[in-house]
Design a binder for this molecule. Structure first.
Ligand code: IMP
Length: 436
């Protein structure tokens, strides 16, 4: 059993899609386990760029089963658009399956997300305004709708009788926003039922039980990143789901004893979109240089990403809470042209000099902390010729070795460019032998 989770081990946008896409080739089943259309996963195949939001990129291989799991929230119109765009480009969605237990993002979830972000609130989160937080809030509050509810009109009627009076009172009185009649919502739900119908997978329990019984290879695809986890991220500047490795269990329906590896995908530096603490953020021209070379602008919102040096304190924390067994380092080529590279090894309290080697989870404390850096020499050369990690320039290997040493888990994958071929893999969890 080699079932493997791919999880972002920073604040999202680490290049998970590329790693997932690569590992998917040897997997039988790919399951996206949390998040919604807030995610933007870019995959480049033969020079063609594909952007995914909720559909697993594994659909690009036509012999894999691709699940959108119970832990996700799905906005029907966005899903429809994404699916149609793929179909128009000749991608088959015949093996795409949606869990009937996934939650639905309804129109008022989007309204509420937008209003919450634009109202006079002092602490904005900087959300993607895709209705993610309000959908998960309703799920946890038991006021949500699941996909399976769409196919039982009697049940749906009763649910809407319970849900709508409360929602409408909040929309009107708290958010000063448009309310929704039951007829309107029923009309929406009938449309949604048709959007999802070809993909809803009623027999997912049998499919996954059989897969485990026959030792099929399952790849779990996370969205966002560990530092955006609702429980372990920089709360409240987080998303509303559990990207951590453990989220793969709750969000897919496959329990934790069936997972062996958790690959933490980490850029060779750090980026973040939206608000919240970021210890190694560079607000100077070095930050601009990383942003420009790395093309660090959001896939979903187009926002410029905040950029900074690699933070080993944060990565060690991700190893713990994410259950990481190995790291994939992406976009190391973005650092090709730097004389010096810094790595944050600890945080120091500016008030009293106290040094933190373990990540302090109280983000209020971060206002008083500053990064403690070590400096490494840059390799100042193109990495394109390298066909294996071993063939990288010595100084790039020294940088990676230092990251391994500081974070405490092996680096098994290094990405040196956007194409599938530009990924150097030491170990593929779905192939038993060590490759290089
Ligand atoms: P939400 O997920 O739209 O509620 O946004 C909450 C926080 O997560 C914001 O800081 C977003 O910028 C961030 N976020 C959500 N999805 C992604 C993603 O796919 N990549 C990076 N950041 C994300």
């Amino acid at each position: 059993m080699n079932n493997t989770v791919v999880v972002g081990a920073q604040w999202g946008d680490e290049g998970k899609a590329k790693i997932t896409d690569l590992l998917a080739e040897d997997a039988d089943i790919i399951i996206r386990y949390q998040g919604g259309c807030n995610a933007g996963h870019t995959v480049v195949v033969n020079g063609e760029t594909y952007k995914f939001h909720i559909i697993p990129s594994g659909v690009l291989y036509n012999d894999k089963i691709c699940f959108v799991g119970a832990g996700t929230v799905i906005h029907p119109e966005s899903f429809k658009k994404e699916a149609q765009e793929l179909l128009d480009r000749g991608v088959s969605l015949s093996s795409l399956k949606i869990s009937p237990l996934a939650s639905i993002t309804l129109p008022y979830h989007i309204d509420i997300d937008g209003i919450s972000e634009t109202s006079g609130k002092t602490n904005k989160i900087g959300t993607t305004k895709k209705g993610i937080g309000p959908t998960y809030s309703d799920k946890i509050g038991r006021y949500g709708l699941k996909i399976q509810d769409l196919y039982d009109e009697e049940f749906l009627n009763k649910r809407l009788d319970d849900i709508l009076p409360l929602k409408n009172a909040a929309l009107e009185k708290v958010f000063n926003s448009k309310t929704y009649s039951k007829e309107e919502m029923l009309k929406y739900c009938r449309e949604y039922a048709e959007i999802f119908r070809p993909y809803v997978c009623e027999d997912w329990v049998k499919i996954l039980s059989d897969a485990l019984k026959h030792d099929k290879k399952i790849l779990f695809e996370g969205a966002q990143g560990i530092m955006l986890d609702i429980d372990y991220g920089t709360y409240p500047y987080v998303t509303s789901s559990n990207p951590i490795g453990g989220g793969a269990g709750t969000g897919s329906g496959v329990g934790p004893t069936n997972i062996k590896n958790v690959i933490g995908v980490t850029k060779a530096y750090v980026t973040r979109v939206g608000e919240g603490p970021f210890m190694t953020e560079l607000l100077d021209e070095t930050g601009d240089k990383i942003r420009n070379i790395g093309g660090e602008f959001g896939t979903t919102t187009g926002r410029p990403r905040r950029c900074g040096w690699f933070d080993a304190v944060l990565s060690r924390y991700c190893v713990l809470v994410g259950g990481l067994t190995q790291m994939a380092i992406t976009k190391i080529d973005v650092l090709n042209d730097f004389d010096e590279l810094k790595i944050c090894v600890a945080y120091k309290d500016k008030r009293n000099g106290k040094v933190y080697e373990d990540y302090p989870t109280n983000i209020n404390l971060h206002n008083y902390l500053e990064p403690v850096y070590i400096t490494m020499e840059g390799w100042k050369q193109d990495l394109n010729g390298a066909k294996s990690i071993e063939q990288l320039p010595q100084k790039a290997k020294d940088y990676l070795k230092k990251l391994e040493e500081l974070v405490g888990i092996p680096i098994t994958i290094v990405s040196v460019g956007p194409d599938r071929e530009q990924t150097l893999m030491k170990e593929n969890p779905f192939k038993t032998k060590v490759l290089i």
